[in-house]
Design a protein around this ligand. Structure first.
Ligand code: 2RA
Length: 340
């Protein structure tokens, strides 16, 4: 007997990817209900070789369903997640709403799988921010070996992290650069994204950091270790899918690049592609559709004691969102919700 699952926000980028991954990983579901807002009501979405028709989130009864994957904004999540949780359905939420709630586990299954066991406090489990998820997959095995003191990360985040409109803006703006009279003014972003980079994701905070940068700091501390110091600069780049990160790590204990590479080669969810030659590293276009967190350019940072640099790339719609959510459900099933 399998699970009865719900995908809330099934017509969005992440919701569609959740359905793809549930099918690809043959998640043991006896039933999959797909929900959308009233304006998308009746839209058909793919689930493996099936087509499902979206139902109205406003009136849906979650009673009897085991797990609900939420892939909608924080405002809508605030309204509907407690309803689902109260009706006995465990919510795995991709928004940022519950990530920093002490009563809600924030989980990356390769890093802190045991945290799913704390789901019952609110019947909610939070999925981390996409840029955090791939980073902590890379950090955790090294932290276990040499205890990380400090992380400095610069991100190169694709436009799919901002949604479908941003993908359209990059596409149309890029075309508009070449076709006189078809220029496309910035609307999703404050500045041109075509052939440009924007050092601003989410809102600015009083500290001068953006909220995206604050998320990477706070979530890494909650998922891996509160003692780790993190500083981040998050940048939007003209890439459709795939986030990249240049990560500099300072350890408490010595760790040379060869041992680090060997550790990462064995780490869960990691694929090391690291040759010091043309093309011996991963770029975003190569990670799209893959489950792995790719790691390249592993090398000593000789400017500090116990320093290491690396380049981390992953599909932000998969490990950064939909895949991690499905992996949380798999972990939850294995640890807490065994089905006959
Ligand atoms: C972004 N991490 O990349 C944010 C939300 N997905 O836009």
């Amino acid at each position: 007997m399998g699970y009865r699952v719900v995908v809330v926000g099934a017509t969005g980028n992440v919701g569609r990817e959740m359905l793809n991954i549930l099918a690809e990983r043959q998640f043991p579901a006896d039933e999959v209900a797909v929900l959308a807002s009233r304006k998308s009501l009746g839209t058909e979405v793919s689930f493996g070789d099936k087509t499902l028709k979206t139902q109205d989130l406003d009136v849906f009864d979650f009673t009897g369903y085991d797990i609900a994957f939420f892939a909608i904004g924080s405002d809508a999540t605030k309204k509907y997640a407690p309803v689902a949780a109260k009706q006995g359905c465990i919510v795995i939420d991709n928004s940022s709403l519950y990530r920093y709630d002490a009563d809600v586990p924030l989980v990356v299954p390769e890093v802190n799988p045991e945290a799913v066991e704390g789901y019952a406090k609110k019947n909610i489990i939070a999925n981390p921010n996409c840029s955090t998820a791939q980073m902590v997959v890379a950090l955790k095995p090294l932290h276990d070996r040499a205890r990380i003191k400090r992380v400095v990360v610069s991100t190169y985040q694709s436009v799919s992290g901002s949604g479908a409109d941003a993908i359209d803006e990059l596409w149309n703006q890029t075309k508009g650069v070449y076709v006189p009279g078809q220029e496309v003014a910035p609307s999703v972003y404050p500045k041109q994204i075509a052939f440009n980079v924007i050092p601003h994701i989410d809102v600015f905070m009083d500290s001068g950091d953006t909220k995206e940068e604050w998320k990477m700091v706070s979530e890494t501390k909650k998922i891996v270790d509160p003692s780790i110091k993190v500083t981040a600069t998050c940048v939007r780049v003209p890439v459709f899918v795939g986030h990249s990160e240049a990560i500099n790590i300072e350890f408490e204990d010595p760790l040379d690049e060869d041992e680090a590479r060997d550790i990462l080669r064995e780490a869960p969810g990691v694929m090391v592609i690291d040759k010091r030659e043309d093309g011996g590293y991963v770029t975003p276009v190569e990670c799209v559709g893959d489950f792995a967190t790719f790691i390249s350019r592993i090398r000593q940072d000789s400017t500090i004691d116990n320093g290491l640099n690396m380049w981390v790339v992953s599909d932000n719609l998969r490990k950064g969102a939909a895949l991690n959510a499905v992996q949380i459900a798999e972990t939850l099933g294995a640890r807490c919700l065994k089905k006959g």
